[in-house]
Design a protein around this ligand. Structure first.
Ligand code: NCD
Length: 313
């Protein structure tokens, strides 16, 4: 595989392969010196046209743990401000000799265009409302590490599905691994057409919450809303927020998930984020190992997967 642009590029078999590789990199990440030489000599560039905390740091940490060199391109301090086009920017970066580009952009489809212009591998780190495949992989890995397997699990994805690339990628990945996916949202926050989505839909969280294995809260994406889709955030929380009351209705063995960044007190209350069923921090840590697996899969030669670098313990 050369690029990772969407979950569909991987299919169920590919997702399983990333999960298996991730197990090895979780082990590496737990070592005193969490570094292996697998990608020595390779250069990974992060090209972020949209804000990010977790995803960018996670990819950079993953690349470093594999001994790759990293470059960060941040739009706010670049010649994009002088009007340089996406294509010229990408070709300039490629001319420096790189092996992979990790790209985030506010427009859907940009990673595909970049893949058609360059020889390097392209990894989609979020394009508009469209896809965010490594988020789905780390979500699958986190569920698998607590539940063993996703087959037959009831997973509800709650909230702003319309603007969410996380929801689109998660639906594809969870369904591919055999979970039953339920979208829970007001009609105004669902996409206009859900044709072909392997999901069930409900507008009532209270009706379903007691039967869930996983509740996945989405961030209300205020920056992507151009019209008033919600009466108010207070009202949203009252109907769809994971509040202390709803936490009591949730099964004792259920998992609480959120991709971050959280709007505490809107889609998730502080009690829920900190509840013992919350795996939100584990999602972030697993993100590094999952991205190591993805980089290794795209750039690794197959040799020295997890051997420590010479001289390390
Ligand atoms: C998400 C994103 O940017 O797609 N965050 C993330 O990558 N963990 C979700 C969001 O912004 O709501």
């Amino acid at each position: 595989m050369k690029h990772l642009l969407s979950v569909q590029d991987l299919g169920a078999e590919g997702v399983h392969e990333v999960m298996r590789l991730t197990d090895s990199f979780v082990e590496v990440s737990g070592r005193a010196i969490p570094r292996v030489p697998a990608l020595r000599g390779k250069t990974v560039v992060s090209l972020f046209y949209e804000d990010s905390t977790r995803t960018r740091l996670s990819f950079e940490t993953a690349a470093k743990r594999l001994s790759a060199d990293t470059m960060t391109f941040s739009v706010s301090s670049s010649s994009v401000n002088k009007g340089e086009s996406l294509r010229d920017t990408v070709e300039t970066i490629e001319a420096m000799g790189i092996d992979a580009v990790v790209v985030r952009h506010k427009s859907s489809g940009v990673p595909w265009r970049i893949a058609s212009w360059v020889n390097a591998s392209v990894i989609n780190a979020g394009d508009g409302w469209h896809q965010h495949p490594t988020q789905a992989l780390l979500d699958c890995y986190t569920i698998r590490s607590r539940k063993g397997d996703l087959g037959g699990l009831r997973i509800a994805i709650v909230g702003d599905v319309m603007h969410s690339r996380v929801a689109r990628s998660d639906v594809d990945a969870f369904a591919a691994l055999g979970a039953e996916v339920l979208l829970v949202a007001p009609p105004t926050l669902l996409p206009a057409s859900l044709e072909g989505w392997p999901v069930k839909i409900t507008h009532s969280l209270d009706e379903v919450i007691g039967g869930l294995d996983v509740i996945y809260l989405l961030r209300i994406q205020r920056e992507r809303m151009t019209e008033a889709l919600l009466p108010s955030l207070r009202e949203y929380r009252a109907v769809y927020g994971l509040t202390a009351d709803r936490l009591r209705a949730l099964r004792r063995d259920a998992l609480v998930m959120h991709p971050g960044p959280m709007n505490r007190g809107v889609e998730i209350d502080a009690e829920a984020a900190e509840d013992e069923r919350s795996v939100i921090t584990a999602q972030v840590s697993n993100g590094v190992a999952v991205r190591m697996a993805v980089l290794y899969l795209l750039l690794g030669s197959g040799a020295d997967l997890v051997a420590p670098p010479a001289g390390d313990q």
